[in-house]
Design a protein around this ligand. Structure first.
Ligand SMILES: Cc1cc2nc3c(=O)[nH]c(=O)nc-3n(C[C@H](O)[C@H](O)[C@H](O)COP(=O)(O)OP(=O)(O)OC[C@H]3O[C@@H](n4cnc5c(N)ncnc54)[C@H](O)[C@@H]3O)c2cc1C
Length: 444
């Protein structure tokens, strides 16, 4: 099958498999339409906090550092799929305060390279059953994503990528200019620098409400007995004779048989406390939201000639972003030159955006790896594991990252879709250079 024929992948078989994953967890309070109506009629007195606020125990089987999407998903799948008990997630701030609640909410699996493709497709399949799985409305919306094509060479590259996607079990569809125009008539098709010649669509891509993902996983993990401990910063590791025995925290020492680092943009700072230097740099990425508009963008579009991606939230705001700020930083805020650059790209692609006012913007810290791909691996210290290097694509990876990290922690072997995400690929030259930028994270 090639890209010019119909490319919708049959999901039936996979859906059955993922439905069985979905049914295993048991929770005390389930949300349902009946419950919502009952609470509405009885003054909303029956709702309880969605997760507990426990004090830390002196020790656990597994301690996960970082209550972002990946850390919470890891805890959830450890308890639900791998039968692990006595798990804690330690979060220095509050659940959803990191990148999981700061991203532009795009999910997709349109990757080219084998090391990445099956992993991101696994993630997309988990997204497809996620809300039923953890019984929480995360507003998973498969509204489709289109990467725009601006030159013949780019069309060739996207055909190659689309074929790779299909070989990895994803869906892909090549669109000509007329097909893009039918969906997005207001784009700047005849721009003399960047004419739009078509697009590569993935109809199963889309958006998910980002902070609801954190809340859904937190609720699910808590219901399975995981202790989620907020305002608990890990300040060091207790390592003796090459073995990690636990973590020093702002709430005292917590012992653990296994310690799982999962702190995204803070990876470099955290692992430095274990004397590890990572192939990762931290950079700021900003996101923007316009004032609310009537529905105008049916799906997600990305500019193929500049760095700009945009979708429209259910409240009507255009949610968009572009390049990194381009300097190393741990500050969760950005600077004006990139604001101008992103808005210029938006204007080049979609001139009407110039009439909308930007309502708010914010920054997050990106853990940029040296080949643009993540790491889910053991470290050289016994009992200490690492998950990071997600660059600015880690939100879409949240379910698979959690599942694969849980697999590694429970079984001490990598999940089949994550075998390439190892530390030693940098030493052995087996990079997964998805964006072709090598050691220039600012250009990813
Ligand atoms: C503006 C922006 C737009 C983005 N857009 C997209 C997108 O559209 N699609 C996509 O796929 N990805 C996107 N991303 C990337 C994605 O958000 C991240 O890759 C992903 O969320 C990182 O994983 P996380 O959710 O676990 O991180 P986080 O939510 O940052 O979780 C890490 C947690 O660790 C905690 N922590 C740090 N240090 C410690 C410590 N010492 N002790 C205890 N806790 C600690 C932090 O407080 C934080 O809560 C975007 C990111 C940003 C900033």
């Amino acid at each position: 099958m090639d890209l010019h024929t119909s490319m919708t992948v049959s999901k039936e078989l996979e859906n059955k498999k993922f439905a069985s994953i979905a049914m295993k967890g048991a929770r005390s309070v389930r949300y349902s339409g009946f419950r919502v109506i009952k609470e509405a009629l009885t003054g909303h007195k029956g709702w309880r906090p969605v997760w507990r606020d426990p004090d830390p125990q002196p020790n656990y089987d597994i301690v996960i550092i970082g209550g972002g999407g990946h850390g919470l998903a890891t805890a959830y799948y450890l308890a639900k799929e791998f039968g692990q008990k006595r798990i804690a997630v330690l979060e220095k701030g509050w659940i959803g305060g990191g990148n999981v609640g700061r991203n532009t909410t795009i999910i997709r699996s349109n990757y080219l390279l084998d090391g990445n493709g099956p992993f991101y497709e696994f993630s997309l399949k988990l997204w497809e059953g996620l809300e039923q799985d953890f019984n929480y409305n995360a507003m998973v919306s498969q509204r489709g994503i289109i990467n725009l094509i601006h030159s013949d060479a780019q069309r060739d590259a996207f055909i190659r990528r689309g074929n790779a996607m299909i070989l990895n079990g994803a869906d892909a569809e090549l669109l000509d200019e007329g097909q893009v125009r039918a969906e997005y008539p207001f784009l700047n098709f005849k721009d003399s620098r960047f004419p739009i010649k078509g697009g590569l669509a993935q109809r199963r891509g889309g958006t998910v409400r980002h902070d609801a993902v954190a809340w859904g996983y937190a609720r699910g993990a808590d219901g399975l007995g995981v202790d989620i401990i907020q305002n608990c910063e890990v300040t060091g590791f207790r390592i003796e004779n090459g073995t990690c025995l636990g973590v020093e925290t702002s709430r005292g020492f917590i012992g653990a048989a296994k310690v799982a680092a999962c702190v995204a943009g803070s990876s470099g700072r955290l692992m430095a406390k274990a004397d590890m230097r990572l192939p990762i740099e931290s950079h700021v990425l900003q996101a923007f939201v316009s004032e609310g508009l009537k529905p105008v963008l049916p799906g997600v579009i990305t500019f193929g000639a500049g760095h700009f991606y945009v979708s429209q939230s259910d409240k009507g705001g255009l949610v968009f972003g572009g390049d990194l700020d381009g300097y190393n930083s741990y500050a969760q805020r950005g600077n004006l030159p990139v604001v101008e650059d992103v808005c210029e790209s938006g204007m080049a692609l979609m001139p009407m955006i110039g009439r909308a006012r930007v309502l708010r913007m914010w920054g997050g810290i990106m853990d940029m790896s040296m080949d643009g791909s993540p790491i889910i691996d053991r470290t050289h210290i016994a009992g200490l594991y690492f998950n990071g290097g997600w660059c600015y694509g880690g939100f879409k990876a949240t379910p698979a990252s959690g599942f694969c990290y849980a697999h590694l922690l429970a079984k001490d072997t990598p999940h089949p879709t994550a075998t390439a995400f190892r530390f030693d690929r940098f030493e052995k030259g087996r990079m997964i250079d998805e964006r072709g930028m090598g050691p220039q994270p600012n250009l990813h």
